[in-house]
Write a protein that binds this ligand. Sequence first.
Ligand SMILES: [Zn+2]
Length: 391
Amino acid sequence: MLLRAGWVVPVDRPPLRDAAVAVEDGRVRWVGAASEAPAGEVRDLGPGVLLPGLVNAHCHLELSHLAGRLGEAQGFVDWVERLVTTRPQDPPEVVRRRASAGIQELEDTGTAGVGDVSNALAHLDLLARSSLRARVFFELIGWDPETAAKVIEGAHSRLAGVEPAERVMVSLAAHAPHSVSAPLLRAMADSGGVSALHLAESPHERRFLHGRDPEWSAFLARRGLGHVPFVPPHLSPVRYLDRLGVLHPGLVAAHAVQVDEGDCAVLAARGVAVVLCPRSNQALDVGLAPVPELRAAGVRLSMGTDSLASVPSLDLWEDVLALHRAFPSLEPEWLVRTATQGGAEALGFSDLGRIAPGAEAAFAFTEAPPSLADPLAFLLSGEARLRGMRA
Ligand SMILES: [Zn+2]
């Protein structure tokens, strides 16, 4: 089968005008000019742009039921508090139904791979039945060091009970440096490693680790954790985790908003994959990741939507557009590559993120005017409507 389109954006090479992609058994076999395509049944998509399926490297499908439920949160701590108090109000079947709708939304808006944070692991079967490739980050939270041994033991036995699925890989993850105790983080680092976490997201996290954030301390007290002793490390979130031995190549760290030049250098040196979530950061009013600085330091970058508890859609392209608006100097090819290949590399999906021989035949497509001369500019114009496309 040959997919033909006005433009094909392979990502690992420049865009191709009037191009075709040969697909066999769900894999790309060939990509190039339509005039040179091998013989085969042609499916002509018409004027438009075909690119690899997007990779959303940070998402929480199981929070989809909280869409529109948290009201007008007054900053980060208030948002977290609203989340933890509203979350238990819905029964499991509602949580599952909304997660299923979230999967559908990812598929419909052109996403082919997802990094999905989960505390309950109650929708793995839904992911396995979907068209998505998924890395599920089984996230532990635990501020009381006294409970660390029990939490890690319970997590490992829960993981051991997970049925292996070819397209859904589950690994142990942590919530954040100010919600997971140092002993629990160390125990995770020593037993297979932390595969993902939220890192340097809000000013509260940074100030708390530096010894003073009355709002986060009061929140912990309201959660019954006021008695827990904590000796602040007086370090940035990145340096604190580095000291604990948590940063390693392959760690998928969401946000990296509260980072300075030295932090960027540490993230690059440790090979940490950072996920940019611009719409979520804007919604929670925590600032924006310093993308030019992270890039200049050589940090591996990808993009994620975060959950429907903080953003209005799971359409990753909306985050690409948000980043484009925030940093107009970012090159279009870099934005497209970060939302595709960047995510695929972060999650270890070597056959996603580009249109090349051997890659999975999972694409995103948008219609475009027949006269289109610059497909990358069109993708960032706000007029592109990406949808999932499989062959
Ligand atoms: Zn998140």
